[in-house]
Design a protein around this ligand. Structure first.
Ligand code: MRU
Length: 317
């Protein structure tokens, strides 16, 4: 299991990231010396995954405060780095109240602890012998440690409930094939990478018992934004009667966003798809709440109607 400080950390005069773009081939670090450099690391996906983006923004803001940077400018540059993960705005709101390094490190510690709690709740949804499918990377790399969806798989594995994980390669940046597979290998969990387009036939063959994914933003009604391709998986899961679980901390729940229609979807550089031809590259899609079997946060397991269950549990804090 990756140490949280190995994934990202705040030092006296810099924020240091494990460069996720170079994994699994190389474990290299990138150091940032200003809020603008941290924002650049978020935008270029040195660090990625909603909770990790939030923690990175908290560290960037604390660094800016320690360096005597203009904090309004620091807030603005960090806030603009990526639009979809609400954890970024959440972490900046937290940091505006107390910009200290101790507060930023506490946010990091708390996010990892939330992962451990939600993973334990989610593991209880799995029966012995479960063959799960996951998409993108919602592991320790994406959350600052332990992981949300991958954390749930680790917890299920430790309880001897998990048999195998299908890992969507996750086009176009291959977070599944590069990062999730790397984390599952380190945890000793049996897994196989599949082309994103193989999920349908595996479900039709009865080889998938549940889909477990993370989230970048959960609207008040339960509509969930996650890596592009997630919505298609949810439609497939519904068609084949496969449970579809979202595992995410309350910092990903956005009570200020009523439905998925209001979630901003990041459009990334078409060159990530093709250097030559015209392309369209939305990085996320929204899965409607009615296709989601359960949303698991650190506070417990939420079922429809999510508007009530998320609010009643205080998840939408
Ligand atoms: O573009 P990314 O790699 O930052 O997107 C992250 C995701 O969408 C992941 O699927 C993840 O579930 C959300 S963060 C735990």
């Amino acid at each position: 299991m990756l140490e949280p400080e190995r994934i990202l950390r705040l030092e006296d005069d810099r924020v240091v990231f494990l460069d996720q773009r170079r994994l699994p081939l190389e474990e290299a670090e990138v150091a940032c010396s200003s809020a603008a450099e941290v924002a650049d690391a978020i935008r270029t996906m040195v660090v990625r995954g909603a909770p990790a983006i939030g923690i990175a923004a908290a560290y960037g803001y604390a660094l800016a405060a320690a360096r005597g940077e203009d904090l309004e400018a620091a807030d603005a540059v960090l806030r603009a780095s990526r639009p979809t993960a609400v954890n970024l705005a959440w972490a900046l709101a937290e940091m505006r109240a107390d910009p200290s390094a101790a507060h930023a490190r506490a946010i990091h510690r708390d996010e990892v602890e939330r992962c451990r709690q939600m993973a334990a709740h989610a593991a209880e949804l799995m029966a012995p012998g479960t063959r799960a499918l996951t998409h993108c990377n919602a592991g320790g790399l994406a959350t600052g440690g332990y992981g949300s969806a991958v954390g749930a798989l680790v917890s299920a594995w430790e309880r001897e409930l998990l048999e195998h994980v299908w890992v969507d390669e996750t086009r176009p940046l291959l977070q599944g094939a590069r990062l999730t597979a790397w984390e599952l290998e380190a945890a000793g969990i049996p897994h196989a990478v599949i082309a994103d387009s193989a999920a349908a036939s595996l479900m039709a063959a009865g080889e998938v018992d549940c889909v477990v994914i993370g989230a970048d933003r959960i609207a008040a009604n339960g509509d969930t934004a996650n890596k592009i391709g997630t919505y298609g998986l949810a439609v497939l899961a519904h068609h084949h009667g496969v449970p579809f679980y979202v595992v995410a901390p309350t910092s990903t729940v956005d009570p200020g966003t009523a439905t998925g229609d209001d979630i901003p979807i990041e459009e990334r550089d078409p060159a990530e798809l093709t250097a030559r031809f015209p392309a369209r590259n939305p990085a996320f899609d929204v899965t409607p709440a009615e296709l989601i079997t359960a949303i698991v946060t650190e506070r417990g397991v939420h079922y429809e109607p999510f508007e009530e269950s998320l609010a009643a549990e205080g998840a939408a804090a």
